[in-house]
Design a protein around this ligand. Structure first.
Ligand SMILES: *Cc1c(COP(=O)(O)O)cnc(C)c1O
Length: 348
């Protein structure tokens, strides 16, 4: 039986786009009083998108509701996706594919200069293997176009052998189906904020491909909310990320056939916690991971949520007050792939 989704009229033709339900929402919105006491700011809250039933959850579950929806509508039988070795997206794509009764081919890109056995085999890679995904390797991590081309070739081979492949495209210029998951999340969050009677000043979220950041920002503005959204850069610096978010917002507007209410000045990106680079945590990030664990028992990773938390703590400290929400985007299994760094940090 197909689920019927109802959306606010302000979200245009969202209801015309196929979607499958992959988790039972809404995810919790929790207070973080212990962290707020440490930061001298607050109230601080966390949107627990790490708490979803599908294979350890995370923001990609929301994004996949629309990708798997389209794959299903196209009668696909195999999902293809490319990502970093410890990608949460590919792990969740494999999990969602299984739930939908499909096969999954994963291309792992060498994006991070790490080659220890734990990084290559534990965490998300272990789960990819348990899910029975077919793994392929791609040697050039920063060659987005090349990775996509190679994935296209794998899809072509599958087609030749009678399969019906569906590619989840991650590079810019594709239909931003993933961002729609966070347009929906904006609606969910606005309702939770209203129910709790909160006046929220700012939401802080990791900004990687930008689907989460752009979807959330676009959704909030479309639904009449002016809460500041700050994206913490985890892959590219602010000068590269800003136009990416702007482009994503325009693409979402085109897809939904509505006017974008996102102004250029409304796109806030902070790359202060990006160094030393994608997939590598600086001192500040490691400190934030430990503080969140030791105050609120939140489990954060070194690539995404640790950096976003470092940014969140910085914002809360400097502002000295005001209600702020941290979006926990998941990434829990990746913690185990970075066992060495985290063990060292915890022991200091
Ligand atoms: C992918 C990912 C992000 C970044 O989300 P984008 O939509 O790509 O910007 C943040 N946190 C976690 C845990 C992720 O896996």
């Amino acid at each position: 039986m197909k689920t019927v989704f109802e959306y606010p009229a302000e979200l245009g033709r969202l209801s015309a786009l196929p979607r499958v339900r992959l988790f039972a929402g809404p995810t919790p919105l929790e207070a973080m009083p212990n962290l707020a006491r440490c930061c001298g700011g607050g109230p601080l809250l966390v949107k627990r998108d790490d708490c979803m039933g599908l294979a350890f959850g995370g923001n990609k579950v929301r994004q996949l509701e629309f990708y798997i929806g389209e794959a299903d509508a196209q009668n696909a039988d195999t999902v293809l996706i490319t990502g970093a070795v410890q990608s949460n997206f590919v792990r969740l794509a494999a999990a969602a594919a299984r739930k939908a009764g499909m096969e999954c081919h994963i291309q792992l890109e060498e994006r991070v200069a790490k080659s220890d056995a734990t990084y290559r085999n534990s965490g998300n890679v272990l789960l990819d293997r348990l899910l029975g995904a077919t793994l392929h390797s791609y040697a050039h991590g920063e060659d987005e176009a090349g990775a996509d081309k190679r994935l296209g070739e794998i899809a072509e081979d599958l087609r030749q052998s009678g399969r019906r492949p569906y590619i989840i495209p991650l590079a810019p210029g594709h239909t931003p189906l993933g961002a729609l998951g966070y347009v929906v999340a904006a609606d969910e969050l606005i309702r939770q904020i209203a129910e709790a009677g909160l006046e929220v000043e700012e939401i802080v979220v990791a900004s990687g491909s930008g689907n989460t950041h752009a979807g959330l920002l676009f959704g909030l503005r479309a639904l009449g909310s002016d809460i500041v959204v700050t994206g913490i850069c985890v892959r590219r610096d602010a000068s590269a990320q800003h136009p990416r978010i702007a482009a994503r917002c325009r693409e979402i507007a085109d897809l939904l056939e509505i006017e974008s209410k996102v102004e250029d000045a409304d796109i806030r990106v902070n790359d202060f916690f990006l160094p030393p680079g994608y997939g590598t945590a600086g001192e500040e990030t490691l400190r934030a991971i430990l503080l969140a664990a030791r105050t609120e028992a939140l489990m954060l990773d070194t690539t995404y949520t640790g950096k976003a938390m470092a940014g969140f703590i910085d914002r809360a400290r400097k502002a000295g007050g005001g209600t702020r929400i941290f979006v926990h985007t998941g990434g829990t299994p990746a913690i185990f792939a970075y066992e060495k760094e985290l063990t060292e940090a915890a022991g200091r």
